[in-house]
Design a binder for this molecule. Structure first.
Ligand code: RP5
Length: 166
């Protein structure tokens, strides 16, 4: 069974990254989540990447704030897809983490999602979409989720039109 490895640089990233685990659970995707830092625990981070890859992790989601090098460091060590979530911690509100995560040199990609909570959710959707290429059950859950999202917007519009009396 394929699963997703989620890494984050600090416990302070967890409130944001709970958005990732909530989506993965809804979509029936297995995952592990670990606090490990490119700067503060570099060897443990590399050891975990090798171990997780050996145990079948299909993709890595890496969240970090400030000088966010976690996703890039992981991408340097694996050819599994790496998704980077820039966290809006620190005085620059995530702009620093966005640039640190997205500006990878050619050949070592990090699929970088939006800063903060939306990015945390989309990292889960993107990981699920990667698994859905070869997993029909996850593909069906993704289709149902898209349908529900559309239905919510339509319901919002109907309520607005009723309020406006149109
Ligand atoms: C990054 O520095 C972490 O990913 C976190 O977003 C930020 C601040 O870390 P803490 O000082 O809260 O541990 O490495």
């Amino acid at each position: 069974m394929s699963w997703i490895a989620i890494l984050m640089g600090s416990a302070s990233d967890w409130p944001t990254m709970q958005g990732t685990t909530e989506v993965l659970e809804r979509l029936g995707v297995d995952y592990e989540v670990k606090i490990t830092s490119a700067h503060r625990t570099p060897q443990a981070t590399m050891d975990y990447v090798v171990d997780a890859q050996g145990r079948g992790a299909a993709a890595f989601i890496c969240a970090a704030g400030m000088a966010a090098h976690l996703a890039g460091a992981v991408a340097a060590r694996t050819i599994r897809p790496v998704i980077g979530v820039p966290i809006d911690s620190g005085p620059l509100s995530g702009f620093d983490a966005l640039l640190s995560t997205v500006q990878m040199p050619g050949g070592i990609p990090v699929a970088t999602v939006a800063v903060g909570k939306s990015g945390a959710k989309n990292a889960a959707y993107l990981a699920a979409q990667i698994l859905a290429v070869s997993d029909a059950t996850i593909a069906e859950k993704l289709r149902a989720d898209r349908h529900d999202n559309g239905a919510k917007v339509q319901a919002q519009n109907e309520r607005l039109q009723n309020e406006l009396g149109s």
